[in-house]
Design a protein around this ligand. Sequence first.
Ligand code: G6P
Length: 615
Amino acid sequence: MCGIVGYTGPQDAVPILLEGLRDLEYRGYDSAGVAFMSRDGAFSIIKRAGKISRLEEALAGNQRDASSAGIGHTRWATHGKPTDLNAHPHTGANNRVVVVHNGIVENYAELRRELTSNGVSFSSETDTETIAHLVEQAMEDGHDLTSALRAAARRLEGSQAIVAMSAAEPGVLAAARLGNAGGVVIGTGDGENFVASDLAAVLPHTQRVLFLADRQFARVSPGEVRVTDADGDPVDARPKNVPIDPMSALKGQYPHFMLKEIMEQPAALSDTIQSLVTVEPPEIRLDDLGPAAGRLADVERVVLIGMGTSLHAAMLGRYFVERYAGVPAEADNASEFRYRGPVIDERTLVVSVSQSGETVDVLEAMNVASQQGCLQITICNTEGGQTTRVADGTVYTRAGLERGVASTKCFTASLVALYALAMKLGEAKGRLASGEIRAGIETLVRVPEDVAELLRGEDSLGRAARELSQAQNMLFLGRGLAYPVAMEGALKMKEVSYIHAEGYAAGEMKHGPIALIAPGFPSVVIATRNALRQKIIANIEQLQARGGRVLALISEGDAEIRTLADDSFELPNVEDAMEPLMAAVILQCLAYRVAIIRGCDVDQPRNLAKTVTVE
Ligand code: G6P
């Protein structure tokens, strides 16, 4: 969950590290630190609890020579409170090794006891510090930095990504990926190289990158990247070009990434849809399905997994699969699926949805599916993300980098990708006629313009947002395809505005939630044409009979519900499969507006991190 950045080369490392940390702040933001090495091999460490601005202030007051290499870290605390001492980087006992880390050393208590009984004194409460001591001790036993990191890694339990630096090897960074606690991306430049937990920190410098796989190690110097396996044997890992425009990672005219990413959905959807289908001839392409494409006809059951917003996309994907492929489908929370002993086999297609491709529970759930011989496809927004390596095939969303912690554009991009995948499965199963495929493609290609039109009118949400910003609790209700959107609307609201919000299937309302309804209690109800409209009308009346206030999302021109509800917002009349996508976009706008009125930090909500790489 933490962000890592490293640089080695002729430039002054510190400004590059700070820029990288700002690019990664969405990963964790409770403390930050850097270690940098002067050209004679002496290193300095500056770290502060709080946001990166506090680290910048500390660095501004620090006289220093230009540095040739360095590592930086932005933290999401797991072991030890966010304090200056617990911030990374951490050093070994003799200050010869410095380490940044993402993940959890699960046996750290045991290692700490062992090290302490051997006379090592700890200066922080973190699990990370054990790594620094182990690497330093291995170097004292004669290992070079990379082989010392390899030796230390043998002692560590749990998943982690580590980058280390040593005064004994100026200009060298050693990196390791152990398990699924997060990626290690190495960006290769001309006489300089970069290491990071995410592409976002590397792309401003180079688009030539390589990703470390599980239990791979890298020795990174200005002129060379050498990748080895756990035994130290060389691995042929070549960098490839990542076609993401680094400018797309900037906020531009917008005050927040969340708003920018909401507003750029027409382009994100258009880029994604263009990569999924062609209109003439009408074809669902899905070019990265690889060997999975030939096995779709044998699929008898589909299980869709994800976490957070991606789980809600998976829940909608389930409807698409049942409807277009006629195959039994279910959606499951990856953190539950992985421990449940799910009954799955080689005729089960497991579809994982993950914007980052790095969410630990999703990766572990995929491991469970691999052990059972399932076919696996991942819907992923990150080229080379770990889920794409584990799955048999990938459907990439082309939404560009998403920086807002609350996912927006990647949710809608995942929906269109799931829709295309469901149609592809329907085609492979001989369930869809060519006319239906053509119609499905036409539905998809209209989406970006409809979303653009919708966003042009979102400012009329102002009044509803002002009213809702006063609430302490609220409900989001929907039926059918609108049910997962109600869940997503509630999640967005609580993530960014800190208002307690719950999403329910409207049919469930009478089984508990209605007890909450007292005069003035607000509910947001998705009441579009195809979302079991008549039933939803009954729910609205039941809420109002108890004094509840209803904001209804309705289809354009629905005068009946407009009159009935206390407030309403009209969505365009689109194909029913795309109604949830339209509703989701408006619920994103609503959550954003409410959060801004309440003065919340929408891009970095408290306690959250963009990519959850620890359990
Ligand atoms: C975190 C993020 C969410 C995201 C979820 C799953 O909780 O804050 O926005 O939906 O992780 O992430 P993934 O990268 O797997 O889609």
